[in-house]
Design a protein around this ligand. Structure first.
Ligand SMILES: [Zn+2]
Ligand SMILES: [Zn+2]
Length: 387
């Protein structure tokens, strides 16, 4: 984009000025800049910055905004990453004050524009990973590069624990290293490694034995059921039960949970609000999403019986129910599923992601109650495509 000389000059002056201010300029302090550079008074500085890659602009409540200098933002990323690298382990959010004292400017940039530390790391998720663990306050910030190199180890270790009933005593890890000799060098201290991943592993002391024990820290199976429902919704089709590779990959604990439930069929049957298992003779069984009648769930359906594929569950099964609108439900049914699936700090990010995924025009579609009026033909279409 070509830019007129006065505007280019204004941006150059602004970059210098914001640099002096530590890399951040709030709307409240714009008048100071204009005092220094009265020539730029008439320009729309905020709009100029929005079109310039050297700056980022954050809109806040009540017309307030904050401008950040991109180079200073990058410096904050580098400083935080270097700080975490020097510790050799993930940073707990309460330890952030240590960085604050050595890198004041970077810390100020992190928190500028009403941003939280967690949000900052999410905005730079190519560099950082953010984890929470149940029962521990705050967040745990790691480096993406660690996560990448550790992922194969995590998966092999999880698989090894699954093969051994989900819990293994320390002296029996010889078998793990025998199977994966390369991992011995990568994780010289298995106990420390497992402690660094409390979302996956729990360490306990052995009873009447000098050995300690690693147990899979499984997300509750209800959480996995909700995640599986979301996975199916994203695939937009029923799945053969043996086609869930993508889901297993993202949720390595799923295998152990399935085992515990006594197989994938009984797992699905534990969550009739979210999953339906269809046993088929002659072909592979399928899992699909139930269509609970959204109107019935709200007590306003005119049908006295289930109609088409729309279920009237009475009594309603425990937990969230996936209604016929699926992700497009405007009445909170889908939201409850996402809440159950990401019942931690990632919840808000996931909810936002799903909002942005919504195709345009759905609002009006799901706002009108097409479900009851066209349920028969809709069910017909579903049957044709599914069977
Ligand atoms: Zn109904
Ligand atoms: Zn609904």
């Amino acid at each position: 984009m070509s830019m007129a000389p006065p505007e280019r000059k204004a941006l150059a002056d602004l970059a210098w000025y914001v640099g002096q201010e530590g890399g951040v300029l709030t709307s409240g302090r714009l008048s100071n800049f204009c005092k220094w550079f009265p020539a730029h008074h008439a320009l729309n500085i905020k709009q100029l910055c929005k079109n310039c890659p050297d700056f980022s602009v954050v809109d806040q409540a009540e017309g307030q905004w904050t401008i950040r200098l991109a180079s200073v933002e990058q410096e904050a990323v580098r400083n935080l990453a270097a700080f975490i690298r020097s510790m050799g382990r993930p940073l707990l959010s309460k330890e952030f004050s240590d960085l604050q004292s050595s890198h004041k400017a970077s810390a100020a940039v992190v928190y500028s524009g009403d941003r939280t530390l967690s949000r900052f790391c999410q905005e730079h998720d190519d560099t950082f990973t953010v984890e929470t663990s149940p029962g521990r306050p705050g967040i745990c910030i790691g480096l993406r590069s660690w996560a990448r190199s550790e992922l194969p180890i995590l998966e092999d270790l999880t698989a090894f624990l699954c093969e051994n009933g989900g819990s293994v005593s320390s002296e029996r890890f010889q078998n793990f290293y025998a199977k994966h000799p390369a991992h011995r060098e990568a994780i010289p201290n298995l106990r420390a490694f497992c402690s660094r991943h409390p979302d996956r592993f729990a360490i306990s002391e052995g009873t009447n034995s000098p050995h300690w024990r690693v147990t899979l820290a499984q997300p509750p199976s209800a959480q996995l059921a909700a995640r599986l429902a979301i996975f199916l919704e994203d695939c937009d089709q029923p799945m053969r039960w043996d086609q869930l590779d993508g889901f297993y990959k993202k949720n390595p604990d799923f295998r152990a949970v399935i085992q515990q439930a006594g197989g994938i069929r009984s797992f699905c049957e534990k969550y009739p609000g979210l999953l339906l298992y269809e046993a088929l003779s002659g072909q592979t069984d399928k899992i699909y999403l139930p269509k609970h009648c959204c109107l019935f769930m709200r007590g306003i359906c005119n049908f006295s019986e289930p109609h088409g594929k729309y279920l009237h569950a009475s009594p309603a099964p425990h937990g969230p129910l996936r209604c016929g609108y699926g992700r497009r439900c405007n009445y909170g049914h889908w939201q409850l599923i996402e809440q159950q699936a990401f019942a931690d700090a990632r919840g808000s990010a996931a909810a936002e992601a799903s909002k942005s995924r919504d195709p345009e025009g759905d609002e009006a579609d799901s706002g009108s109650d097409w479900e009851s009026s066209s349920s028969e033909s809709d069910a017909g279409v579903q049957a044709a495509t599914w069977v």
